[in-house]
Design a protein around this ligand. Structure first.
Ligand code: SF4
Length: 407
């Protein structure tokens, strides 16, 4: 039986909650620390500040790093590889994301290294029983780590329902491999990745999560305060418990189900011993991404196949802008094409074709190049397609409170 602990924060003391959560699962004692290289993998997938629910709370990163250092391992490294839309050398890359999230400062203070896993040396791995990724590259730091401590935060996700421990490991894939998981099957790709780099221990920031169709602008960030920490050595069990605590039916979270099927852990709640708080006492139902997006999309059509969160996420910004600018009534006339759809049905109106993946359809509408295409360029193309005054939309964008590192 797998064990997952749930601990409520008392007086906002994250370190105490982390220590208790780890201890309730039996502690770190069973891990082989002597001379070990320990990789601590937070979620700083975007340049967002701690406490926003988008990135792992830095207090949790600090508490876990201290706990690891107390075990006197050979080396402790904090590593992340930011997402496709935030992997631009010397601008918005992993190092900048970790800096904005406060991770760099913590690492410096505690004397541990910070590694950009997107720029790390890449090593090809073979996965004989793979669902979809039989061979792929991962960061050498992750492959060679003796102990991987995964520190996700609970968020809704457009494709996978939730993102938690299993999906957090995507940060060890270089950008091109991250994209490949979307093309080959994201849920299956996440499982194949975890077959070669499964976290040794997972400690979840359930302090503040994010629900709904969160995008790139502050108005879309809908936080869910839960004030809890989850922990366990079985990442599948931890994800199953977190999904249930976030109000999801674990049976509908495909990558968690597939991970259990692949023998990576247990997802049946009846086979998981929960210690500390009960799931029902901490449950805070999250609004699923797609449910929230329905309102935002306002009747627009999206024709897509295997598009990734790059195009999806950038297009969400456009919906936020148009809603803000008061053009909701135009949305039913909008069609997006993204990813690699096999065919395009006859369309009454000119579609907006997004991104490199969909470039074979570029002549069928207004094409916005890029990978991902820029949200503002998408918005301008949509204004053209819907014959909307671009200046009005630009004024609305200016009015929107910018969600940036400078806030
Ligand atoms: S073009 Fe869009 S869907 Fe294709 S990989 Fe890039 S961001 Fe993802």
């Amino acid at each position: 039986m797998s064990v997952v602990s749930i601990v409520k924060l008392q007086n906002e003391d994250v370190e105490e909650a982390v220590r208790k959560a780890v201890s309730l699962t039996g502690g770190f004692e069973t891990l082989a620390w002597e001379g070990a290289t320990v990789l601590i993998k937070p979620n700083t997938v975007l340049p967002a500040k701690t406490g926003t629910g988008i990135v792992t709370d830095v207090r949790l990163v600090e508490a876990v790093t201290k706990l690891a250092l107390e075990k006197n391992p050979g080396k402790v490294i904090i590593g992340e590889g930011s997402s496709v839309g935030y992997d631009f050398r010397e601008t918005w890359d992993s190092m900048r994301c970790m800096e904005v999230a406060g991770v760099t400062e913590v690492a410096k203070r505690l004397g541990v290294a910070v590694v950009d896993l997107n720029r790390d040396e890449q090593v090809e791995v073979n996965v004989p029983d793979a669902f979809v990724m039989e061979r792929f590259a991962i960061a050498r730091t992750a492959l060679e780590a003796d102990v991987i401590i995964c520190l996700p935060v609970i968020k809704t996700h457009i494709r996978t329902g939730i993102t938690c421990g299993l999906k957090n490991m995507k940060g060890i894939l270089p950008g091109n491999e991250k994209k490949r998981t979307h093309k080959l099957g994201l849920d299956q790709g996440i499982v194949d990745l975890n077959r070669v780099a499964k976290p040794t221990f997972t400690i979840v920031d359930g302090i503040v999560g994010v629900q709904g169709a969160w995008g790139s602008k502050a108005e879309a960030i809908d936080t869910v305060p839960m004030d809890v920490v989850f922990a366990g050595s079985d990442v599948v069990a931890v994800d199953a418990v977190c999904a249930a605590a976030a109000g999801f039916d674990v049976g509908e979270i495909l990558h968690v189900q597939l991970a259990a099927e692949a023998g990576l852990g247990v997802c049946d709640l009846d086979l998981i011993q929960v210690r500390g708080e009960r799931i029902k006492d901490v449950r805070r139902p999250f609004i699923p991404f797609l449910e929230a997006a329905k309102d935002l999309f306002g009747g627009a059509t999206v024709i897509e196949k295997d598009s990734c969160t790059g195009c999806m996420g950038e297009s969400v910004s456009t919906f936020i802008y148009l809603n803000k600018a008061g053009f909701q009534e135009k949305l039913p006339h909008l069609t997006f094409i993204m990813g690699t759809p096999e065919e395009i049905p006859p369309l009454k109106e000119r579609p907006v074709v997004l991104g490199r993946c969909a470039k074979e359809y570029r002549d069928q509408g207004i094409f916005v190049p890029g990978c991902p295409p820029h949200g503002l360029k998408i918005t301008d193309a949509v204004c053209q397609a819907l014959e909307i005054d671009q200046d009005i939309v630009h004024r609305a964008i200016t009015e929107l409170h910018s969600f940036s590192a400078d806030e």
